[in-house]
Design a protein around this ligand. Structure first.
Ligand code: EPZ
Length: 432
């Protein structure tokens, strides 16, 4: 187990470039299964979830060559149809091999995704959407068992209690690309990562319209060819960096930022007092004065993303005044509240909301991250806490942020990665 030692860091400053989006590359890696031909994907983030997906593809008999920020995926006539428990249980996103396996092989056995600290992760919409295409699915001994030799286009309503589903939209869209006829997905997820997946599929020869809107139309084709594609920048990494900059009162230029992927987040941060100077290839973010508390409700895109709720809660913990953060996607996604309270934050849970009263100063403490976004939030809080904060659960962080501490340290933060066991004395940390 490893942990990060975070010292109060002073204002972050400098220039940083974003990595590719984890939540875009994972379904796009699965989409490569839809063709026999090789595909090359660029701007691939070096994160643990990508490593797991590489192992899943290899376990299916697919050749994967891993480069610096590049993958070459050569499915050929792979024979595998089983995504095994030991791999799938490490990462819920593995479920997005289900649609491509069904479309290519006519059958699939994919382990049910494991539980998750952010709350229940049902898969009813995945099953409903694939059944609408003519697949037969059942749950047997912890596996989703699917068959469907002849999928065909259909009209599908893909909405659940909590709105649209990103990966269910991806699964159905991928399966529909090779299903004869027309598939119309109503209440499709509109996230940029879904748009990126659709654009990748189109670059393989798929016929898709409406991506980015709640109605996606797919016309099935005979076969798809390989592609060479560059992943969109990671908007959640971008939002996390904006909040790290803001909490320290810093000034950072984020190259490659797609502000159009974060409109609601930028609006909320502006309301709190953060200043943005949008440039051709990115954005300058600064927060010269203490921020004021603002209210946030997470929603499906284009609403405020649930993946930035925890970093925003950390930011609001030191803002001037009160804020209410309400979770409409994962009502239980508040494991980070008790950890921030250990650091002196004044937060009260009320159902699916967290009520915050900003404090002048947090205090460093040993805290533990529960999911990747919660862990990032604790690091952000540690940047301005008095004395050292020890953040454990860094394996979560490594799932979705590439070299997070090096990244933030390049902007002046004092963060050190150490083995869990060491009682590291507080020492002058080289921050640059
Ligand atoms: C994706 O997960 C992201 N993961 C999540 O990011 C993100 O939090 C989530 O979308 C919401 O934006 C990846 O893309 C790999 P959903 P996904 O299906 O697709 C309910 C991170 O931190 N639902 O859009 O699994 C579900 O319970 C991760 O990077 C059903 O009811 O999420 C939730 O309340 C965490 N039935 C809501 O829909 C279903 O069949 C949205 O979930 C599926 C989902």
């Amino acid at each position: 187990m490893i942990k990060l030692l975070v010292e109060p860091s002073g204002p972050l400053s400098g220039h940083i470039a974003l990595h590719g989006a984890k939540n875009a590359v994972l379904p796009i890696m699965a989409a490569c299964l839809l063709s026999e031909e090789a595909s090359v994907i660029e701007r691939v983030p070096k994160v643990a979830d990508v490593t797991v997906m590489v192992e899943i593809l290899r376990s299916l008999g697919v050749k994967v060559t891993v480069g610096k920020e590049r993958l070459k995926i050569e499915p050929g006539k792979f024979s595998g149809t089983v995504a095994a428990y030991d791999l799938v249980s490490q990462m819920r996103a593995s479920i997005c091999v289900l649609g491509p396996l069904l479309a290519r092989q006519g059958q699939a056995r994919v382990s049910m995704p494991g539980g998750c600290v952010i709350g229940p992760r049902p898969i009813d919409l995945h099953l409903k959407g694939l059944e609408a295409l003519g697949a037969v699915l059942s749950i047997e001994h912890g596996y989703i068992v699917a068959s469907g030799r002849r999928l065909k286009g259909s009209d599908i309503q893909l909405v659940g209690t909590f709105g649209s589903s990103v990966l269910a939209t991806g699964n159905v869209m991928m399966a529909a690309t090779l299903a004869p006829g027309v598939t119309v997905i109503e209440h499709a997820a509109c996230e940029p990562e879904v748009v990126d997946l659709a654009n990748f599929l189109i670059s393989m020869g798929a016929r898709i319209e409406g991506q980015g809107t709640p109605v996606i139309r797919v016309e099935g084709v005979e076969k798809l060819h390989g592609s060479h594609y560059t992943i969109i920048p990671d908007r959640i990494e971008c939002g996390t960096l904006m909040m790290a900059t803001a909490i320290t009162g810093g000034q950072v230029e984020i190259a490659g930022a797609r502000i159009d992927h974060l409109n609601v987040v930028v609006d909320k941060l502006k309301e709190a007092g953060v200043i943005f100077d949008v440039r051709d290839d990115g954005v300058m973010v600064s927060a010269p004065n203490r921020l004021k508390g603002v209210d946030v409700t997470t929603q499906p895109y284009p609403g405020f993303p649930t993946d930035l709720q925890a970093p925003m809660l950390a930011l609001m913990s030191t803002a001037d005044g009160a804020s209410v953060l309400t979770e409409k996607i994962y009502p239980e996604r508040f494991m980070h509240v008790s950890e921030l309270v250990r650091m002196g934050a004044r937060i009260k849970r009320e159902g699916s909301s967290a009520l915050v009263r900003g404090v002048e100063q947090l205090s460093g403490a040993p805290v533990s991250g529960s999911d990747l976004r919660a862990t990032a939030a604790l690091v952000i809080a540690g940047l301005v806490a008095q004395n050292q904060t020890e953040v454990s659960g860094i394996e979560h962080l490594d799932r979705g942020y590439q070299g997070f501490e090096k990244y933030i340290s390049s902007l002046g933060a004092c963060i050190q990665r150490v083995p869990e066991s060491s009682r590291t004395k507080k020492r002058e940390l080289v921050s640059r």
